[in-house]
Design a protein around this ligand. Structure first.
Ligand SMILES: [Fe+2]
Length: 486
């Protein structure tokens, strides 16, 4: 029968047996599971041991523990139940007070059973709505965390941001973020009680080791919710705080652990807290890993490469700023050809590093005022090969290695180092080749003054189709015309 379907679990609390029985019968007939208690104290005990109660329907005036004390108890332990109070004559004011403390509703005695059933249904609907809002609120917090973390590239500010969000969301009395270096965990951030009572860090060491081994999350409430696995190992045996901890797992595996504690007498941690902390942790782990891998390695490597390029220029006093200029010109030509942003990025870095291999060429050759001998020229031709050797050490530069390596190839196959022809030469190399030659001709060199732009364009046109790509030379010249350089 439809009306016998399970609708929820109700705890009826009243010191009058008659009322308890009437309520019990009516609610059971309408598909609810019912538990009864004679007073607040008994109700509190039941609430402690039965965790899926939806609604507490309680009288106000009762011996031992009254309705007011019951709502205070529910609030103190942050119990996930809704409270409806039944008010007798002269207790309306108290009922209003109880509502202010968070009761869902009140129902004056005596009442029709249909009224009671209606109130219960309404309260259950309100609870559903409240839970939906809470979930939404969590989602908003998660998205906000993500946004704030992504705005931080640097690891230290990332950790600060993470700690800030954790503290605001979970109000712990203390928090620690551990990061792992080669399997050893060190506390990167500590707050609250961990700052004042440093011995606590020693007391949670067992938990850190346990999580590092098992990759499991831990929720611990002294005397109430204790992990069997932990206590069988003697971990947290005399720990005086509630504890919530979860591993930070990224693609590369375990990178850290976040651990929160709350004083025993404060609101208890629950499974939902743990779930939310786990989501926080997985997001943060991914971003920390990106920051460590991508941010650090790429940025540092690129700084090294930049300074390498600068070091080459320092060897040759006449090529100062050449690599920067080639990079800028190459991107300009690439833009005109509507290349993707990824290709433009590759072009830029290929421009910066194209002559890095000159670091291995003797200064006497680089700075020689006159024409190079065949032997010297053969040595000079090694610079793309040396460049490839240097840059192959940097993973993030892999895509631009061939671009750099082939920047002296010619369309007719008479270039170096491989002597490959037009369609075999990487497209981006052909772009570098044109703008490299143009910048070399239009700036001062060891053996000559800068050529004027018209003369340089003439030379480009002469070599178009043999040394350089015809189309690219055309495009480059039209850029110069548009900029009124010629
Ligand atoms: Fe070069």
């Amino acid at each position: 029968m439809e009306q016998n379907r399970y609708k929820g679990k109700i705890l009826v609390v009243d010191d009058e047996e008659g009322i308890r029985e009437i309520c019990k019968e009516a609610l059971r007939d309408n598909g609810y599971d019912v538990i009864v208690a004679e007073d607040g104290e008994q109700a509190a005990k039941i609430l402690n041991s039965v965790d899926d109660i939806d609604i507490v329907l309680s009288d106000l005036n009762m011996p031992k523990m009254d309705g007011m004390a019951l709502i205070e108890y529910i609030n103190k332990f942050n119990l996930d139940v809704g409270l409806i109070v039944m008010t007798g004559f002269g207790t309306i004011e108290t009922a209003v007070e109880v509502m202010k403390k968070g009761a869902l509703d009140f129902i004056p005695k005596p009442f029709y059973l249909s009224h009671l059933l209606f109130k219960i249904e309404q309260a259950l609907d309100r609870r559903k709505e409240k839970k939906r809002r809470e979930r939404l609120n969590k989602l908003v917090r998660i998205l906000k965390l993500n946004k704030d973390l992504n705005a931080k590239i640097e690891l230290q500010s990332l950790l600060n941001e993470f700690l800030f969000h954790v503290e605001r969301t979970f109000s712990p009395d203390g928090a620690v973020i551990f990061l792992s270096t080669n399997g050893t965990f060190s506390a990167q951030r500590i707050s609250g009680v961990f700052k004042k009572q440093t011995h606590l860090l020693g007391e949670i060491k067992g938990v850190v080791d346990y999580i590092a081994r098992s990759l499991k999350s831990v929720i611990f409430i002294p005397g109430k919710l204790e992990d069997i696995e932990l206590s069988s190992k003697g971990i947290l045996n005399n720990f005086e705080y509630q504890l919530l901890a979860t591993p930070l797992i990224a693609k590369s595996g375990l990178i850290g652990i976040v651990l929160l504690v709350r004083k025993k007498e404060n609101m208890p941690f629950n499974e939902e807290d743990l779930q939310l902390l786990t989501v926080f942790a997985s997001q943060t782990a991914a971003i920390i890993e990106n920051s460590k891998l991508y941010g650090r390695v790429v940025e540092i490597n690129r700084e090294i490469i930049r300074s390498l390029a600068k070091a080459v220029e320092a060897k040759d006093s006449y090529t100062k700023g050449h690599s920067d200029q080639v990079a800028r010109y190459a991107v300009k030509l690439g833009r005109r050809l509507k290349l993707s942003s990824n290709e433009l990025d590759n072009l830029y870095w290929a421009g910066i590093v194209h002559d890095v291999g000159k670091i291995g060429i003797p200064d006497s050759i680089l700075n020689k005022p006159g024409k190079l001998t065949q032997e010297e020229f053969d040595l000079m031709k090694q610079h793309p090969v040396i460049g490839r050797e240097i840059l192959s050490e940097v993973d993030s530069l892999k895509p631009i290695l061939p671009v750099m390596y082939h920047h002296h190839e010619r369309i007719d196959g008479k270039g170096y180092p491989d002597g490959i022809k037009d369609e075999q030469i990487p497209f981006l190399s052909k772009i570098i080749s044109v703008v490299d030659a143009y910048d070399a001709m239009t700036s001062d060199r060891a053996y000559r003054k800068a050529m004027d732009i018209k003369k340089a364009v003439e030379i480009l046109e002469q070599g178009s189709g043999t040394q350089w790509s015809e189309d690219l030379v055309k495009e480059w010249i039209s850029i110069l015309k548009k900029e009124k350089k010629i």
